[in-house]
Design a protein around this ligand. Structure first.
Ligand SMILES: [Zn+2]
Length: 526
């Protein structure tokens, strides 16, 4: 939470750094024109120039260090916050008359006080580079590390330029003044509408190509399909506490690439359409009944056209890719297109009838030589293993499982309880290697129990079956199978239920053979 606030403040500081920079050239020119004989106005002008440049410098340094997680972020953050309060004080005191000045004063005061509180709290954030990693580019992802950070600046320049243009235009048109602070507050609902329209654009496009929506996030409000049902959650740590996001899943394995490109384009296009409508309405506001609301229309037009432009630039901001970056990656083919496809199919098995047998083995084979980390290699190996296993290609499945085990040694620290459970089940039931399965179970027991209970019991059942403890295996089967039957109708859950039914047969066969006083053939001699 405090980290999110710090980031938000970093963005505000960037905006505050740009505003004084924009007036510096005008000040320089006027200083140049001041005759040197006029000493007092020359030194006054020089003082203002130095003052504005220092303000820009402090806000710029604070924004840079905070958004990249540099060591001095706390110090600069506090300095910029105190500066906010100092600048706000006179406008709060004298600013009674012009409403907009008062609004700016209240805003800066609030930013300053929040900043002083937030940056006073010590945190790991300031000493790690994690903050910066979220803005780093990966090879071939279409983004640029410098542009990822400068986009705040670009957004601020577009915003200020837009505001100036509207202010000038409205004077020429003799429209009523809309710079009061009530009008300023209209920006909040305008932003909300902009985000909703953007995400609806993605959602409607997804429906036109028969893809499924799996989540819808608007700021802290999140709707997600969890285990087959739509659930609502309020959280301040969602992927976009200040934005929106939508989850889209493929319903067919042979999905054309242009489906995703069309869905990605539709968000910015929706903003373009709304922006153009708002723009033309504002243009004709002079003689209309909504004359008094031209400012809201102007905001809608500026923000939507701005979002349209900025979102189509390939960017990676705060760990998320812009639509432009995703479009670039899909169109460029190669690594990123394969990466998206391979991941999309694993996600689809949780929401549609697609199963591991529908995975794209050609794509994962192309990914492997370029895998960015050992953990990624492990993911690719397990993906291949599941696919072969579900297709009934046993020899290839076992080969992939062996490679997965080798890959797991390279990424010990990233292993999850789910991966451990998959190894326990696979080594016990598929490979019939009791010792290896037990070793993985020991590792599983040291991990936090974040696993779905049915997966846990599936692994436990297979382990006890291979070790010949049929009583325990049967109890685990009863618990796990009951839970598995409650899971929704989707590929990955059908896959789980299938293993429960196979294990049932295995337990029953082993029980029959132990009646004829032969120890279960598969039980190891320990
Ligand atoms: Zn989008």
């Amino acid at each position: 939470m405090t980290n999110r606030l710090r980031k938000l403040l970093g963005g505000i500081f960037a905006f505050e750094a740009v505003c004084p920079i924009l007036v510096l050239p005008a000040m320089l020119v006027s200083l140049w024109k001041t005759p040197a004989t006029d000493g007092s106005s020359f030194s006054g002008g020089l003082f203002m120039l130095v003052f504005f440049a220092s303000v820009a410098g402090i806000f710029g340094a604070a924004s840079w260090t905070v958004s990249t997680g540099k060591r001095w972020a706390r110090g600069w953050g506090i300095a910029a916050s105190v500066l906010n309060v100092l600048v706000a004080l006179p406008s709060l005191y004298f600013g009674r008359a012009p409403g907009s000045l008062l609004a700016v004063g209240i805003g800066m005061g609030a930013v300053g006080i929040t900043g002083i509180v937030v940056f006073s709290i010590p945190s790991k954030f300031t000493t790690s580079t994690a903050g910066g990693a979220a803005y780093q580019s990966a090879p071939g992802d279409g983004t640029n590390a410098v542009l990822n950070r400068l986009v705040w600046l670009l957004g601020a320049i577009l915003g200020v330029a837009g505001m100036r243009w509207w202010a000038h235009w409205s004077q020429v048109q003799m429209l009523p003044d809309q710079s009061g602070w009530i009008q300023t507050l209209w920006v909040v609902p305008v932003l909300a509408v902009t985000i909703v329209v953007h995400e609806l654009g993605h959602a409607i496009a997804a429906r036109t190509v028969d893809m499924k929506i799996s989540s819808f996030v608007l700021g802290p409000l999140a709707w997600r399909i969890t285990d087959g049902r739509w659930k609502f959650k309020f959280s301040m740590s969602g992927p976009a506490s200040v934005g929106g996001a939508i989850g889209v899943v493929s319903t067919r394995a042979d999905e054309p690439r242009w489906y995703r490109v069309w869905i990605l384009m539709a968000g910015p296009i929706a903003n373009l359409i709304l922006g153009l409508i708002a723009f033309s309405l504002a243009m004709t506001a002079k003689d209309s009944y909504y004359k008094g609301f031209w400012g809201v229309l102007a905001d809608l037009a500026t923000i939507n056209l701005g979002v349209f432009v900025v979102n189509l630039i390939p960017l990676r901001v705060g760990g998320f890719y812009s639509d432009g970056a995703n479009i670039y990656q899909m169109l460029s083919g190669g690594y990123w297109a394969d990466h998206h496809r391979v991941h999309a199919l694993t996600v689809s098995t949780r929401f549609t009838g697609l199963r591991p047998r529908d995975y794209d083995l050609a794509a994962v084979d192309r990914l492997l030589p370029n895998a960015p980390s050992p953990f990624y290699v492990l993911f690719c190996r397990l993906y291949t293993y599941e696919c072969h296993l579900d297709r009934g290609e046993m020899a290839r499945a076992l080969e992939a499982l062996e490679k997965a085990e080798i890959a797991s040694r390279e990424s010990e620290e990233n292993l999850t309880i789910e991966i451990c459970a998959e190894f326990v089940f696979s080594l016990a039931y598929v490979k019939r290697d009791a010792i290896a399965a037990r070793n993985w179970w020991r590792r599983l027991e040291t991990m936090p129990p974040t696993i779905s209970p049915s997966d846990y019991w599936l692994a436990h059942c297979a382990l006890n079956w291979i070790e010949g403890d049929l009583e325990t295996a049967n109890q685990s089967w009863q618990k796990g199978n009951a839970l598995a039957q409650l899971l929704p109708n989707a590929g990955t859950y059908d896959y789980d239920r299938q293993w429960f039914s196979f294990l049932r047969e295995a337990i029953d066969q082993a029980t029959v053979s132990s009646f004829v006083s032969v120890a279960p053939a598969l039980s190891p001699s320990m």
